[in-house]
Design a protein around this ligand. Structure first.
Ligand SMILES: *Cc1c(COP(=O)(O)O)cnc(C)c1O
Length: 420
């Protein structure tokens, strides 16, 4: 896929020195935030201008000059443009739209901290981003206030994590935590690192994509003091992997931070096996492991970005086996209502009988595999395998215990009627 050559580039900022351009604080201070800012940099059609004004009544806009410089001139379907510049469709609210599609607020024991999964928690430390993605899942919060969470909210979140020794993994997200100063970020990392049961810390940020100059030597040297620190970023299109973005990823990796990527499946941006294959290869070259592809959430005003779920399956089908497994992310639907991430993939099990299974590979070749007939569920070797205190209490794993429940899930109406 050839890269376009007619980008906006630095022309609208021709008088800006390299030193300013490469200074992340200059980039933040000079973000495009109004229709007038936008028109100075990029020609808008009258239609687009009306759309921008209308959607800005609902959601905020901010685009770093760096990210805007990557927009392709005259192409309304430019993937960078579509992620950054609002369109009239954002004012269209579909009946399926939800304010908080993942019920993150409901699962928050203290504001800003969502504890949904047994061993990890999501910590939203700020509502600010350097660039407001048009497809943001958290648009109910993000950009609403120009603020980080308050001192009291930080204190309550730390108390909760300290009191819950099952939390061994904390995801620092937002907003974008890397809009904070090195000092503010260090306070978060050092406080979390001082909690003995917090084994790993993850920082979730789009900064390498939209503000790569924020990834400085100083920042990386600070972060590496709190290892293991993982960084997950958010590239959606191979064109976002510029020389600047590659440098940012490289610096993080050189300081020992394992990098992952979470993409969102977006109509006309990346809902294409060819674009996704090119993206995962660009990521691998930059030492970033593709981690998740998300089905687009049901957040308000983003229905124009949604694709059928089958598009994600089609993409995985085109990746698995056709390129290294290290480059194949897990496609997930984050269940509306707070059910969490549900992986969805092509079917590889063709058939099954006791003692044997028939599978197909990526080429369509079908294979039989004969199983060892004497092996039951679980390994049974360890105390934890035999002691019912350690037995999982929920889901199919619980059902497969010797005295596990035969059915789980809701009681159908017809059964309820019988007992009346
Ligand atoms: C996605 C998510 C996590 C992290 O999930 P992983 O599969 O461990 O990356 C944790 N908490 C919430 C609420 C999430 O949405």
């Amino acid at each position: 896929m050839a890269n376009p050559t007619n980008l906006v580039g630095r022309a609208p900022w021709a008088n800006v020195s390299d030193a300013e351009w490469n200074d992340w604080k200059w980039q933040i201070a000079n973000r495009l935030r109004t229709v007038e800012d936008l028109k100075q940099a990029i020609a808008l059609t009258t239609d687009e201008e009306a759309g921008v004004r209308k959607s800005l009544e609902h959601f905020r806009m901010a685009i770093t000059p760096y990210y805007a410089s990557q927009i392709e001139l005259g192409n309304p379907r430019c993937p960078i443009r579509m992620q950054a510049i609002p369109v009239g469709a954002e004012a269209v609210h579909s009946p399926d739209d939800l304010e908080d599609p993942l019920a993150e607020d409901e699962d928050a024991p203290v504001p800003g901290l969502t504890h949904r999964y047994p061993d990890r928690a999501l910590f939203l430390v700020t509502q600010i981003c350097s660039m407001y993605c048009r497809h943001c899942t958290r648009r109910r919060l993000v950009g609403e206030k120009d603020a980080h969470i308050t001192r009291d909210q930080f204190a309550a979140a730390y108390d909760y994590i300290r009191a819950h020794s099952e939390i061994r993994d904390v995801i620092v997200s937002g907003g974008d935590p890397l809009v904070m100063s090195d000092r503010e970020l260090e306070e978060i990392l050092s406080t979390l690192r001082a909690i003995p049961h917090v084994e790993i810390i993850r920082v979730h940020t789009r900064t390498p994509v939209v503000l790569p100059m924020r990834i400085t030597e100083d920042l990386c040297r600070m972060m590496r003091n709190y290892h293991p620190v993982y960084v997950n970023t958010h590239f959606n299109h191979p064109r976002e992997m510029t020389a600047e973005a590659r440098r940012a990823c490289s610096l993080l990796a050189d300081h020992g931070m394992p990098l992952g990527n979470q993409s969102v499946l977006l109509r006309w941006v990346n809902d294409c096996p060819h674009v996704m294959k090119s993206l995962v290869h660009e990521l691998m070259k930059a030492r970033v492991r593709p981690y998740y592809i998300y089905q687009c959430d049901l957040s308000r005003g983003i229905s124009h970005f949604r694709t059928p779920v089958s598009r994600g399956i089609e993409i995985i089908e085109a990746l698995r086996g056709h390129t290294t497994g290290m480059a194949v992310p897990t496609f997930v639907v984050d269940a509306p209502g707070g059910g969490g991430k549900i992986p969805v993939m092509p079917n590889y099990v063709v058939s099954q009988a006791p003692g044997q299974i028939v599978l197909r590979n990526f080429e369509g070749t079908i294979t039989r595999y004969r199983e060892n007939p004497d092996v039951g569920s679980g390994c049974g070797l360890h105390d934890a395998c035999r002691d019912p205190r350690y037995a999982p209490k929920e889901g199919p794993v619980a059902m497969m215990q010797p005295d596990g429940p035969m059915t789980i899930g809701p009681v159908p109406e017809r059964k309820k009627r019988k007992h009346e």
